[in-house]
Design a protein around this ligand. Structure first.
Ligand code: DGJ
Length: 713
């Protein structure tokens, strides 16, 4: 595994990961051409060379070659990687190969290719960082203005990927809405463009920046899949462009919609990372590689290898109606279940009694908490739990002291209404004073109280994104500056409070991406806590993200959203598929429910290492039939957990056995079925499967398998 360079009459780079090679080369026109991406081939001569000028047909050369990063300039019509306007209003960008550099530091090798527009001294660095063990390549671009004039950036992508020729390109992607995020959809890509994006200022509930492309025949375990995921928490876009020769180019990065960035002399602009990979082992392998990549390279290191605590969140139980006494009573009940972290949600601050007031005023409401938060926190700590707190720092209600004091701190245009959503407005994080205000109030909270967890919420998308106080060429920078401000605060807080866990929430799963995950430890996946609905949401989520970050609560039945009634066992089993939380009103739970809940928490603690750090297999997906099954196997393959759910059963309908995956073929595994102990080999569990005795509607089972030391001779 390495970066090899061929340096004779043509210059080529071979980026080798464990199982794949990515090849690029320089052509006669000093363009960087994409040459190959896929499995390793036996001989260097097997890999294609650059297309030569003389091979060009009626279409212009630059239209025909697969450019690694195309400027908008010359005769080019495809989606560009970079589009600029120079100060003299020249809008033609010419990027030519200049040189390259190899960096072999930390645990990765990086290739940097330098391109230059020499007339204006604008330098572009293309970065390729190899994540060798997971066959992934991280790409990003750094633009340096080495000239003497400002440049206006109109579009800047992180990377353009080219896929090999396929008869069909089938795209898998994640779409959704509030309370229905990350649902998997599959379409065949026709000629032309298909764009997925966010224009909402956040990653969005509607689309998540993940994709997978195959030829229509891959499944969970076999088939070539190309897949990628973007690390940006603001406006993004991914453009799939199948040209008239049937070739697919995928470009992604910051959304150019309403965006413009002034790059002054000596300044640089770094794009977010867009990581992509290739596997021949289907969607399951692609997901597992992304999961482990996130655990090893993305999630903040300090807490990464600790399993997440079981938490309780009071939101569904009390909504805004929180007070010291009520929370203490809840805390007592919660502690008896074995919960490790008690989180106080919305309503504890300012004059906040519903969603019309108080956002922005981050002082403790003394009517609700007469002894400040200290008394509740000490009580929670005495009960043996850590304490966590909800905040929504980027927001303000018009009914607040903050808005009265600083009406100009929100995004707005003069002479235009300020549209409210959930009665709130978005603070302008492009402003340094706003970023400081946010840092200061959270810093004070963490300084003054024993807080070990912050749930960072963000409940509305942007509107009227004006920043009238800024100079005109900078006003459209807000889309990026907001995200930079947010990242800055989180980075500073993490540095100062490395032991605090941060959860990203945005009205559920509106801000889940690799950018926010570099600075938060887990995410609130959806406000939809109905366990059956959740199965679909969690399944889509698992294509892109590790179960470890997937916070899931057990809540009350019937569910507040859809009134569905589900057994407590079923609700627990669904919530245990990621990081377990409890969110029901424990004051109303019966003795039997409390007893079962205690048992389930004990059970979860025994298996959470396998769920949070193991390999996940989607054995029977939600869209295939009546039975849904997901398996988790630990690293040593000596422990596995199987979750099975039956949706509804027609009388007499036979349930097929569930075929397991990822176990050692000739090892024996024991599991318990009702009161019987069963021992079968890994191979038998894969080939014949395991019978599950489920009945009726919404039945479920959790089965734990353990490898036996003896052989079955
Ligand atoms: C939206 C979140 O998704 C909920 O969990 C809760 O924290 C509310 N906001 C509070 O306003």
């Amino acid at each position: 595994m390495s970066i090899k360079i061929l340096n004779n009459d043509e210059k080529k780079w071979f980026l080798e990961t464990k199982n794949t090679v990515y090849v690029i080369g320089v052509d006669e026109n000093k363009n960087i051409q994409h040459l190959y991406w896929g499995e390793k081939l036996p001989y260097p001569s097997d890999y294609p060379g650059v297309l030569l000028l003389k091979e060009s047909i009626f279409d212009n050369f630059e239209q025909i070659i697969k450019e690694e990063f195309s400027p908008w300039g010359g005769i080019r019509y495809k989606e560009p990687g970079l589009k600029v306007i120079y100060e003299d209003h020249v809008r033609d960008l010419i990027l030519k190969y200049k040189t390259y550099k190899l960096i072999d530091s930390d645990k990765c090798k990086t290739l940097i290719i330098y391109l230059i527009d020499s007339a204006y001294n604008l330098e572009v660095e293309l970065n390729y960082r190899l994540i060798e063990e997971y066959d992934l390549i991280e790409r990003w671009v750094n633009i340096k203005n080495k000239g003497s004039q400002s440049v206006q950036i109109k579009q800047i992508l992180s990377a353009q990927w080219h896929l090999p020729d396929m008869q069909n390109y089938r795209l898998s992607y994640l779409y959704g809405r509030w309370a229905g995020e990350t649902k998997l959809s599959r379409i065949e890509l026709g000629y032309g463009k298909k764009i997925f994006e966010s224009r909402r200022g956040i990653t969005s509930h509607q689309f998540n920046p993940w994709f997978a492309v195959d030829n229509g025949q891959a499944d969970e375990d076999i088939g070539k899949v190309y897949y990628g995921i973007l690390g940006w928490s603001g406006n993004w876009k991914i453009v799939f462009e199948k040209d008239s020769y049937g070739r697919l180019q995928i470009g992604g990065g910051i959304n150019d919609f309403d965006f413009s960035w002034q790059l002054k002399p000596n300044e640089c602009f770094v794009t977010p990372k867009f990581v992509a990979g290739h596997t021949t082992n289907g969607f399951g392998d692609a997901s597992r590689k992304l999961h482990h990549y996130q655990l090893d390279y993305i999630l903040p290191g300090n807490l990464n290898y600790k399993t997440r605590p079981v938490l309780y969140n009071s939101w569904e139980a009390t909504k805004f109606n929180v007070n010291e006494e009520g929370q203490k009573i809840l805390a007592e009940r919660v502690a008896s279940l074995g919960v490790e972290l008690f989180v106080l949600d919305d309503g504890w601050f300012g004059e906040r009694n519903d969603d019309t007031d108080g956002l922005g005023d981050w002082y403790v409401n003394k009517k609700k908490f007469p002894h400040d938060l200290t008394s509740l926190i000490s009580y929670v700590n005495e009960l043996g739990m850590d304490f966590g707190l909800w905040v929504e720092p980027e927001m303000v209600n018009k009914n607040s002291k903050l808005y009265n004091l600083h009406p100009d701190w929100v995004y707005h245009f003069p002479n235009r209404p300020r549209s409210e959503s959930r009665n709130q407005l978005v603070l302008n994080l492009a402003k340094k004073e706003v970023v400081e205000y946010i840092y200061d109030f959270i810093n004070k909270l963490l300084d003054n109280y024993n807080i070990k967890f912050i749930k960072w919420d963000m409940n509305r998308p942007f509107s009227e994104p004006g920043w009238p106080e800024a100079l005109k060429p900078q006003q459209q920078e807000i889309w990026v500056r907001h995200v930079q401000g947010l990242y800055q605060v989180l980075d500073r807080l993490r540095r100062k409070y490395p032991e605090v866990i941060f959860e990203s929430c945005s009205g559920g799963g509106g801000r889940v991406d690799l950018g926010i995950l570099q600075r938060t430890d887990q995410v609130w996946v959806s406000d939809n806590t109905d366990a059956f609905d959740r199965l679909k949401i969690q399944e889509g989520f698992s294509y892109a993200y590790t179960p470890k970050i997937m916070m899931s609560w057990v809540t009350d039945s019937p569910n507040w959203l859809n009134q569905r009634k589900l057994s407590l066992e079923y609700r627990f089993n669904v919530a245990m598929m990621g990081s377990l939380g409890i969110g029901g009103n424990l004051n109303n739970w019966s003795k039997n429910e409390i007893k079962l809940a205690k048992e389930k928490v004990i059970q979860y603690k025994k298996i959470r290492e396998i769920i949070q750090h193991g390999d996940q297999y989607r054995l029977l997906p939600t869209w295939k039939g009546n039975l849904i099954a997901v398996e988790y196997v630990n690293k040593n393959k000596d422990k596995a957990v199987l979750f099975v759910f039956l949706h509804s059963q027609q009388f007499g309908e036979k349930l097929l056995p569930v075929k397991l995956n990822g176990l050692i073929s000739d090892s024996l595994y024991q599991y318990q079925d009702e009161n019987k102990k069963i021992i079968l080999s890994g191979k038998a569990l894969k080939e014949i499967g395991l019978k599950v005795n489920l009945k009726g509607d919404f039945d479920s089972k959790l089965i734990i398998l353990e490898k036996q030391n003896r052989r079955n001779d």
